[in-house]
Design a protein around this ligand. Structure first.
Ligand code: 5AD
Ligand code: SF4
Length: 493
């Protein structure tokens, strides 16, 4: 990572470097000059706000955007009425897109009062040509638009907004580039997401991700390990390894590595306490991974294993490449080896051609697998995906009725699963002060269940033993137990 000394050596009189990340550091330094100018004119630092839509990958990308803005000299805020606002968008379902358009309208109101305000858009939604057309036509007040493949160029693009008027658009169709070592501003000091791969090659027929995030690319294990080591040195105790399909990690590297092998290496990092990962495609989940999870002291007892549908016929139409039976058999194998594991899932209702019988099969799967939680989605037609042109789209009224029925079963099983730990003592990582109930802090168990305990800010970031006293559906009320600690101390004394 660059430090101030290196910034001092960058000569802005020279042409920008060609190689990355040096080029971006050059533009960070250049942006600093514009920020200083702003400060002289206005008697304060400019404010910037990063708004994230969508998944954990986007959340991590937003930390990278925030890292650049902070290095440039912006004061980061959550207030959208700022000097620079960037929306990091999601397009996995249409309602995500609609929310962006709605919020953009609000930003326009702020911009009328602060004409120097800059508005930027990036992320998955920007990779769709129709979106760009619409923005050009009806949202001309937006200053900067870029996509998922060139996010590493943010400093350079930001600099360009200081040097030009109007709408700047830079969208790449694809990339094989992975730029390491750019600044990151983490949301939490004690936990962090780590990208281990980008893109997806699966082409599930409903999903727009492979079109907007491009082909699968894995980072080199040594770069991942180095990043985690630095994070741990900086106080991180929990990492979440991120990829659209982590189980196919390493397949495109020159020296092939499996995800299980990567996990073994991450496990060895001293000082790291917890490892999570997301997302696992059932078709690629290996026995080797189950073994590594079983033997690990650090990998959390939680597996997110998207089912999407419980009907083999629909799964085939979705191009998921597993059957209902294969999924069930996989779950059985996992539970035999790791009995205390929590399994969560994603389910889509209303995929083209889905009949009430298909949905019954999905509901039956929820009962059989007993998910600890399931994210249920109404199918959303995404332009350009194979499912969008399938003929038998399901009427909305039928979808809604089935969706509600499924949700009820999901909630029942999730409650039962969560309640099975009542009375136990487990380790929780305390993540934040509970905003709605003063005097309580909120922690997360290894199995991803939430627990609220009495405590204050000083506990945030620590791993503590908690007693799970009362189960309230999806979360616990508990209290901290540390009576073991003084006993050991006494014995030492
Ligand atoms: N409609 C509804 N849900 C979708 N997902 C992905 N694409 C769609 C779509 N077109 C869901 C899947 C995936 C999760 C991240 O989003 O369940 O696992
Ligand atoms: Fe989409 Fe399927 Fe890739 Fe997940 S695995 S991102 S659902 S194409």
């Amino acid at each position: 990572m660059y430090d101030e000394l290196v910034f001092g050596q960058i000569d802005l009189e020279e042409q920008p470097p060609i190689s990355e990340p040096d080029r971006q550091y050059y533009f960070i330094k250049k942006c600093r000059q514009y920020v200083t100018e702003f400060e002289h004119l206005n008697g304060r630092l400019p404010k910037a706000c990063v708004v994230t839509f969508g998944c954990q990958m986007n959340a991590r990308d937003s930390e990278k955007l925030a890292g650049i803005l902070q290095q440039v000299g912006y004061e980061l805020t959550e207030d959208e009425n700022s000097d620079f606002v960037i929306f990091n968008t999601c397009t996995v379902r249409d309602n995500a897109n609609q929310r962006v358009y709605g919020r953009l309208g609000e930003l326009n109101g702020y911009k009328r009062r602060n004409p120097n305000m800059k508005i930027a858009l990036c992320g998955c939604m920007m990779q769709e040509p129709e979106v760009i057309e619409k923005l050009k036509k009806s949202y001309s007040f937006v200053n900067l638009i870029f996509g998922t493949h060139n996010i590493f160029k943010f400093a350079e693009l930001l600099c360009a907004t200081f040097e030009s008027e109007g709408m700047l658009i830079d969208i790449w169709k694809d990339t094989d580039k992975i730029v390491e070592d750019l600044p990151v501003e983490r949301k939490y000091p004690f936990k962090s997401g780590i990208n281990i791969m980008f893109g997806c090659n699966n082409f599930c027929s409903y999903c727009i991700v492979p079109y907007v995030r491009g082909r699968e690319r894995s980072r080199e294990p040594k770069d991942i390990i180095r990043e985690i080591e630095k994070l741990v040195a900086d106080g991180v105790v929990e990492v979440m390894l991120l990829g659209q399909n982590v189980n196919s990690y390493g397949k495109n590297l020159d020296e092939q590595v499996t995800f299980a092998e990567l996990l073994r290496e991450v496990e060895k990092i001293e000082g790291l306490k917890r490892i999570r990962f997301m997302t696992s495609h059932p078709k690629d989940l290996s026995d080797e991974l189950i073994q590594v999870m079983k033997e690990s002291k650090k990998i959390c007892r939680h597996l997110h294993l998207p089912l999407q549908s419980g009907s083999t016929r629909i799964l085939q139409q979705m191009n998921r490449r597993y059957t209902r039976e294969q999924y069930l058999e996989l779950v059985q194998r996992i539970r035999e080896e790791i009995p205390d594991i929590a399994i969560t899932t994603d389910i889509i209702v209303g995929f083209p051609g889905e009949t009430p019988e298909d949905l019954e099969q999905t509901i039956d799967m929820v009962r059989q697998v007993k998910y600890d939680n399931a994210f249920t989605f109404i199918y959303s037609k995404r332009t350009g995906t194979p499912a969008a042109s399938m003929e038998n789209q399901v009427p909305e009224t039928q979808v809604k009725e089935g969706f509600d029925r499924l949700l009820k079963v999901v909630q029942e099983t999730a409650r039962e699963q969560t309640a099975r730990h009542q009375g136990k003592i487990m380790e929780a990582l305390i993540e934040e002060v509970n905003e709605s109930s003063p005097g309580l802090v909120t922690g997360r168990l290894s199995n991803n269940t939430i627990v609220h305990i009495p405590g204050d800010e000083s506990l945030v970031g620590s791993l503590v033993q908690v007693s799970l006293d009362e189960c309230h559906g999806f979360y616990y009320l508990g209290h901290m137990v540390n009576e073991m600690q003084p006993l050991v101390d006494n014995m030492k004394g």
